[in-house]
Design a protein around this ligand. Structure first.
Ligand code: HPA
Length: 279
């Protein structure tokens, strides 16, 4: 576990590698693409790619549907730093390793983090194909990327999560959905470690806890980003109903194929959302 000073060094090392590969002004907005949504990176114009392998501190993701590169480019007038491929705790990364890429983006000048993910719906209100603006989350993993020594120059030891998902960015997503004619819901995302999909009993429990969708990502990144003072928004694409809510077994192939069916909607919404962002 890196001590405070080591964390600052790790952040500086990663940031320096990116600055060297991309000396231009760093975007104020970072985007992480979830399972099956990686194609959004193709929308970026004037794009420069940096492979994760060339950035100290960036682990290499190992999931089908997740590439492993940072792409910097523009959507309309808006500059974006897009993480095409994400890191999951179930791959075996230490919790703190999930915070480091976010902190590196912040050190480079990113002020906002937009997270996307594929998730399972926990009721028939959230069937496959639903897009959900995350209004809040439940960390049901028992893990936290901020466990360990705290570097106060990065963020406070005890930090507030009252408005973890920034109200302005959420309103921006809703406005973009309305403008682009894409239906969205709002709901609570609950984070389970995975890698298994939940049991039927777990799905009933998670719904009872007040969640609308369950997934294996997003929460560690949100925690790291809020801790270091970034504004966060998240969009879930529901790719299936939770186990037991519909006949049949769950699979990652289904996640990817449902994500690709809904992809055009996600793209329309995000392009409209980013066009309205300043900077
Ligand atoms: N559970 C957890 N993660 C998921 C699911 C699910 O049902 N679908 C897509 N990601």
């Amino acid at each position: 576990m890196a001590k405070g000073a080591d964390q600052a060094q790790e952040i500086a090392r990663g940031a320096a590698a990116i600055r060297k590969a991309y000396p231009g002004a760093f975007p104020k907005t970072a985007l992480i693409l979830g399972s099956g949504l990686g194609a959004f990176a193709d929308k970026l114009q004037n794009a420069a790619d940096i492979s994760y392998g060339d950035i100290p501190g960036f682990p290499v993701p190992g999931v089908a549907g997740h590439a492993g590169r940072l792409r910097i480019g523009t959507v309309g007038q808006t500059a974006l730093a897009c993480l095409q491929g994400r890191f999951h705790a179930y791959e075996g990364h230490a919790p703190a390793a999930l915070a480091l890429p976010i902190r590196i983006l912040k050190a480079l000048g990113a002020e906002r983090l937009i997270l996307t993910n594929a998730a399972g719906g926990l009721s028939h209100e959230f069937p496959a194909g639903t897009l959900m603006i995350v209004e809040d989350h439940i960390n049901f993993s028992g893990q936290n990327p901020l466990i360990g020594p705290n570097d106060d120059s990065i963020g406070p030891r005890f930090f507030d999560m009252t408005d973890a998902y920034d109200a302005g960015l959420r309103a921006g997503l809703q406005a973009a959905a309305d403008k682009s004619g894409v239906a969205v819901k709002t709901g609570v995302y609950i984070y389970c470690l995975g890698p298994n999909f939940e049991t039927q009993a777990e799905v009933r429990m998670l719904a009872g806890l007040g969640a609308d969708a369950v997934g294996m990502s997003t929460v560690p990144e949100c925690l790291a980003a809020v801790h270091c003072g970034m504004k966060v928004a998240a969009l879930s694409l529901i790719t299936n109903l939770g186990a037991g809510l519909a006949p049949g077994a769950l699979s990652h192939d289904e996640t990817l194929s449902e994500a690709s069916k809904a992809y055009a909607q996600v793209e329309r919404l995000l392009v409209t959302f980013f066009a309205a962002l300043e900077g």
